[in-house]
Write a protein that binds this ligand. Structure first.
Ligand SMILES: [Zn+2]
Length: 305
């Protein structure tokens, strides 16, 4: 047991207190002060510092037994630069369009649409153009994107809220499709939000979740340098732990596939070079978007019809 400025917690999936350390940085975040961690949160240093990831010996969930409090998190996110600033528009749009195509294969295309963390509304825009959801419920803490997000609904009825923890404005049993793209592995209490969303889904309604996969080939290849091992993720999922968490939250069927990410070729080359210890930050490189099934997974969970 170490003396840490950060609170210790039990497994967020099953509540057990049986962690076994699995992945850690040279300097472990739980041994560093909050003030010292700030520059690492902002990505100002190349040295990787993150909270030790442990495997729950009861349910197999990967999580950090120490993590920021929700108050500390709120403050850190408020001062954070925009997400994925290295991945420019066309590649990000192509990635999100694939998510929507996957969702519309199995989700009901009527009732309401709910998204947590929609950013500027990539999926909202495609859904509003192609199908007829009767209301868009959008939970996005970043007020700076709210105008663009509202525009993405293309004049459809919508409600935008900054509170990601409270879905109470949404009528129970009304939602055809709920969406969370790179949100679940940022939450301190993922089980609570999954239960809340389940009560909002209509019979046969679907929840689509995109997360990293800590059992992916990319993780195997990169080891401790796997980018999702970072200060922003209090837990990470694999297909088994994701399925268990969703079943426990009351979802009937869970299907999981690898998702495709589009990156500018330049970004891929820089990442590969950085992993090998070469800095190509200033080299001129092509921006062509390329799609790769890498370290991510796309989960579709449905409630009983
Ligand atoms: Zn557990």
């Amino acid at each position: 047991m170490i003396d840490s400025e950060f609170p210790r917690r039990n497994c967020p999936a099953c509540g057990a207190d049986q962690p076994r350390d699995e992945v850690f940085s040279e300097r472990r975040a739980e041994t560093v002060s909050l003030e010292e961690l700030r520059p690492f949160w902002a990505g100002l240093f190349k040295e990787k510092v993150f909270f030790t990831y442990a495997r729950c010996q009861s349910c197999d969930q990967m999580y950090t037994p120490h993590f920021f409090t929700s108050a500390q998190l709120g403050e850190l996110y408020a001062n954070m630069a925009p997400n994925m600033e290295d991945v420019p528009g066309p590649a990000l749009e192509a990635t999100q369009r694939d998510y929507w195509r996957e969702a519309r294969k199995t989700a009901p295309l009527d009732g309401g649409f709910l998204e947590i963390g929609p950013d500027i509304g990539y999926i909202v825009r495609d859904a509003a153009l192609e199908v007829k959801y009767d209301h868009y419920w959008l939970f996005e803490p970043n007020r700076a994107v709210h105008a663009e997000l509202a525009a993405a609904t293309n004049g459809k009825p919508h409600t935008i809220s900054t509170d990601m923890d409270d879905l109470s404005p949404v009528p129970d049993g009304s939602i055809g499709l709920a969406v969370m793209v790179h949100v679940l592995d940022h939450l301190l209490d993922p089980a609570a939000i999954l239960s809340q969303i389940r009560t909002k889904l209509k019979p046969g309604g679907a929840l689509m979740i995109v997360t990293h996969n800590e059992k992916s080939l990319l993780r195997l290849l990169m080891g401790v340098k796997f980018p999702p091992f970072c200060l922003q993720h209090p837990e990470l999922y694999n297909p088994n732990t994701m399925t268990k968490l969703l079943k426990r939250a009351g979802y009937e069927t869970v299907t999981i596939g690898r998702s495709r990410n589009y990156f500018p070729l330049a970004f891929m080359i820089r990442q590969a070079a950085w992993t090998a210890g070469i800095d190509l930050a200033k080299a001129p490189l092509p921006q062509t978007p390329i799609g790769l099934k890498l370290g991510n997974m796309l989960t579709l969970a449905k409630v009983a019809a």
